[in-house]
Design a protein around this ligand. Structure first.
Ligand SMILES: Cc1cc2nc3c(=O)[nH]c(=O)nc-3n(C[C@H](O)[C@H](O)[C@H](O)COP(=O)(O)OP(=O)(O)OC[C@H]3O[C@@H](n4cnc5c(N)ncnc54)[C@H](O)[C@@H]3O)c2cc1C
Length: 497
């Protein structure tokens, strides 16, 4: 395990009893967990290779409690890690041994639905899927659909700027959130955005979406809801190799068609998914595309025919168009279950997330295959092909000494490759701890310093979710914004200029 977290601050640990008492006075009842056994379930998020029980867990129920917790921690120099459902794959919600883990799971209310304005105002602990479930009776839905949507919270989606299959056409979380209520580390409650798009002033909402819990704690979210499309149809396209499937993706987009979703699976992923859900995926192909279009029936019929024609021209060897809703859902079932399906063929897997220009897809997949041989580890690819957002799943066995380290190095090389071909380190899973130390591969020191100035503007003492996203934390000092509390340097372990 190559990623190092900040060394726990002994002075904070020494006053743990006082911190617990203070938290209990703010959040009474069962809202504070400090028993070591009871802290165990909170020790990790979706990046399960990394574990660290928190100093304590606090589960507030009101925004006033969130503000009071943050205000107290700010005054006392205690670090806070916000947490939604804990499904982050980049370690964004990984606890720290000397920090309060602030779980937002009790913020479960849908506060307001306005069909005329097409918005829903919800608390951050509401799951992504629950928003759609709350409005589907009236023919509406919430478009961004991460595969984890049954569990992940909308607060976590905001923090990670999460995406999903349908984001190619409907945009990521940032394109579907109109406003948030946020509590800053010093306990101030602020509102950003509005009930309508393009609220006045600087786009601070855009800064918050994707800020990975580093700038404030989201306590309310206003999302856009959309009327469900009249029809949706999907086509399953088999190709001899990823090269021809990748070329098909590029040609579909180049012809001006923006499908509702366009996903690719390579041979290992197809076989794993088919063995798991048995939906009839062709097993004699090297790559599979699932392309969905939605809208009025006549438009869907036309677009599906066009896509089938483009696929044919790019060497597709099989093509099946969904004939009814049940078949369309079945086409997706394998893709949606691909992660657990891969979990059945390998003791462990490490899910990567990088984005590349679509036209570089075949080259990147080829070079990834070479890396797979170099590291002696298998890889299965499942990804949002339309967005160029790759999700290589590196197969390894954590019980074999050294395999996790090799898997991490392999993953790092994949991300370096993404950057080399003009892509980025992350598509939708965030930087967290996982990609923190790779940030200099993509950003020059000046770029990183500018980003950290934003962090310093919201949280100059670096108390909120430290150790995540930024490879070093000594920049606030360099920028002259470091707050020294009672003579104690924040992160005294870090080298300073
Ligand atoms: C099987 C599986 C499939 C997945 N598929 C997808 C996918 O298709 N697309 C995708 O984008 N992601 C996917 N993910 C990743 C993950 O589900 C998302 O990143 C999700 O948005 C995390 O939400 P969460 O509630 O679990 O947040 P957590 O994991 O609890 O936290 C994630 C980050 O958000 C911060 N945070 C959480 N709540 C708040 C809040 N209220 N205020 C401020 N900061 C907060 C945390 O500090 C942390 O940095 C998948 C994960 C799994 C396990």
């Amino acid at each position: 395990m190559s990623i190092k977290m900040p060394v726990p601050d002994q002075a904070t640990l020494a006053k743990r009893t006082r911190i617990v008492a203070a938290m209990r006075s703010i959040v009474p009842g069962e809202g504070v967990i400090d028993d070591p056994d009871a802290l165990r379930p909170w020790e990790s998020d979706g990046l399960t290779a990394y574990r660290q029980p928190p100093m304590l867990v606090v589960l507030p129920e009101t925004v006033e409690q969130v503000a009071a917790v943050l205000r107290w921690c700010h005054a006392e120099g205690v670090k806070v890690v916000p947490r939604g459902s804990g499904t982050s794959l980049s370690g964004g919600a990984l606890p720290l041994a000397d920090a309060v883990l602030l779980g937002m799971g009790k913020f479960k209310k849908i506060l307001r639905i306005d069909y005329e304005d097409r918005i829903a105002v919800v608390q951050p602990g509401v799951t992504n899927l629950a928003i759609t479930q709350a409005v589907e009776g009236r023919g509406f839905y919430y478009a961004p659909d991460p595969s984890s949507q049954i569990a992940c919270s909308i607060g976590g989606n905001v923090a990670e700027n999460s995406g999903g299959v349908h984001c190619l056409k409907y945009g990521l979380t940032t394109n579907n959130v109109l406003g948030v209520e946020l509590v800053t580390m010093d306990g101030e409650i602020v509102r950003l955005g509005a009930d309508y798009p393009d609220a006045g002033g600087l786009d601070l909402l855009g800064v918050i979406v994707g800020s990975e819990g580093l700038l404030g704690v989201v306590t309310e979210v206003t999302v856009r809801i959309l009327p469900k499309p009249q029809t949706a149809r999907a086509v399953l396209l088999g190709f001899p190799d990823a090269e021809s499937a990748g070329a098909c993706v590029a040609h579909v987009i180049a012809e001006g068609i923006i499908p509702a979703g366009m996903e690719m699976m390579d041979r290992p992923a197809i076989h794993a998914a088919e063995a798991f859900v048995k939906v009839g995926y062709p097993l004699d192909v090297g790559a599979l595309l699932i392309v969905e279009v939605d809208g009025p029936a006549a438009e869907c019929d036309h677009l599906i025919d066009e896509i089938a024609r483009i696929a044919d021209a790019n060497g597709a060897t099989s093509s099946r168009i969904s004939q009814d809703e049940a078949q369309r859902v079945a086409f997706w079932a394998g893709r949606k279950a691909a992660f657990p399906a891969v979990g059945r063929i390998s003791p462990d897997y490490y899910c990567m997330d990088g984005t590349i220009p679509r036209r570089r897809l075949p080259e990147v997949l080829r070079r990834m295959e070479a890396l797979s041989q170099k590291y002696g580890l298998g890889v299965a690819n499942v990804f949002h092909a339309g967005d160029g957002n790759l999700h290589p799943l590196i197969l390894y066995d954590a019980n074999i000494p050294g395999e996790l380290d090799r898997a991490e190095e392999f993953g790092n090389d994949i991300l370096r490759l993404c950057v080399e071909v003009g892509g980025v380190l992350t598509g939708e899973h965030g930087v967290g701890i996982e990609k923190r130390d790779l940030m200099p591969e993509m950003f020059a020191p000046d770029d990183l310093a500018q980003q950290q100035r934003v962090k310093c503007a919201f949280d100059p003492e670096l108390l909120l979710n430290p150790g995540k996203v930024f490879p070093t934390l000594h920049r606030c000092a360099e920028l002259g914004r470091m707050h020294v509390h009672h003579g104690q340097l924040p992160f005294a372990d870090l080298p300073r200029f």
